[in-house]
Design a protein around this ligand. Structure first.
Ligand SMILES: [Zn+2]
Length: 343
């Protein structure tokens, strides 16, 4: 089959479009004819090898949508050949202590499609049947591929971790990022008032189309937290959802009202930040990380996709032989939502 894989780490030039053996369906698995697969920033870490030293060659692509073409005879599933599905890219072992306790988000033997296992920048991919979720007939494969990781991450952070409520004011950093664009939709869906940030006015306009109440351009308004306080009558927000990290850490803390909740899921601007610990004692704040995500929350998120409340946000589409071009756009950050590859 045709696929995009890496046989060594490096820049976009190591992404190879070529032939790879067709995958074989293992017990409990299904095979998809991949129709679309989306890029994620973690692809850059895998490609350059800074945070990944697994086995190569590896077919890349973590977010996958396609048609079921083969089902293992012993797979316990109601899926049928021809079903249109997206994949939860995290496999769970089902036998470790966490899995046995119903806490599969903490599975100690989990693997990731497109990272530890071959992914979706290919014509075919295999995955456990339990990882496949049907999506609406009215949704394209391309839009569906834009959903899994960012929608699941934003859902997990806002619903499970921060437990957003309809009366919350929510600051969502990086409106143009995949998780930012999904976070805006989820917070809006829950009835929250969303303030968001971006480095371009055109991204803020798109964020308002998704339901944001107000946008802050951090290039023209560098004192983010001051603006957040102005927009909330001096009170601050109830929740901050951040995928930026070090560059905005101080603004995140200053933007929160007493008792506010911060949930962080990405550190693209850096991992080291200092903080005034007295803020925790005096206000008091609740600081949370994202951590693993469960099968149950993926299924919950998919209910809202099927009801038409959550949509994949696609910026651009690339053919399978142009993944290297897509990686260059990914590195440039000049996009809103997701970059999707069609197979
Ligand atoms: Zn497990």
């Amino acid at each position: 089959m045709k696929a995009v894989y890496i046989a060594k780490h490096g820049g976009p030039e190591v992404l190879t479009y070529g032939d790879r053996p067709n995958p074989e369906v293992a017990p409990g698995e299904i095979m998809l004819r991949v129709r679309a697969s989306a890029l994620n920033r973690l692809d850059l870490n895998l490609r350059d090898g800074k945070n990944y030293r697994g086995a190569l060659p590896r077919v890349m692509g973590c977010d996958i949508a396609g048609e079921v073409v083969t089902i293992s005879p012993n797979a316990h599933t109601d899926l049928k050949v021809g079903d249109r599905v997206i994949l939860d890219n995290r496999t769970k072992c089902g036998v470790c202590e966490s899995c046995r306790m119903g806490l599969d988000q903490n599975c100690t033997n989990g693997k990731r499609l497109g990272v530890d296992l071959d992914g979706g920048h290919a014509e075919y991919v295999t995955a456990p049947a339990a990882n496949a979720h049907k999506f609406p007939q009215t949704m394209s494969f391309t839009e569906a591929a834009a959903l899994p990781i960012v929608a699941h991450t934003a859902w997990h952070c806002l619903i499970t971790q921060a437990q957003i409520r309809p009366w919350d004011d929510v600051l969502i950093q990086a409106a143009g990022s995949g998780v930012g664009s999904m976070g805006i939709q989820i917070a809006k869906m829950m009835g929250c008032r969303v303030i968001t940030t971006a480095g371009s006015d055109w991204k803020l306009l798109k964020a308002k189309e998704l339901g944001a109440y107000e946008g802050i351009n951090y290039r023209t308004t560098p004192d983010l937290s001051k603006r957040v306080l102005e927009l909330t009558g001096g009170k601050g927000v109830d929740v901050v959802f951040d995928c930026v990290g070090a560059d905005v850490w101080e603004h995140n803390l200053k933007s929160l009202k007493p008792g506010g909740r911060l949930v962080i899921t990405g550190v693209t601007s850096g991992t080291k930040a200092s903080m005034d610990l007295s803020l925790l004692q005096g206000r008091p704040l609740h600081l949370m990380g994202s951590g693993g995500r469960s099968r149950r929350t993926f299924a919950d998120m998919m209910k809202m996709v099927r009801q038409g409340s959550l949509h994949g946000v696609v910026d651009r589409v690339f053919p399978l032989d142009s993944v290297a071009e897509a990686h260059k756009v990914l590195e440039s950050r000049e996009y809103f939502g997701k970059l999707v590859v069609e197979s």
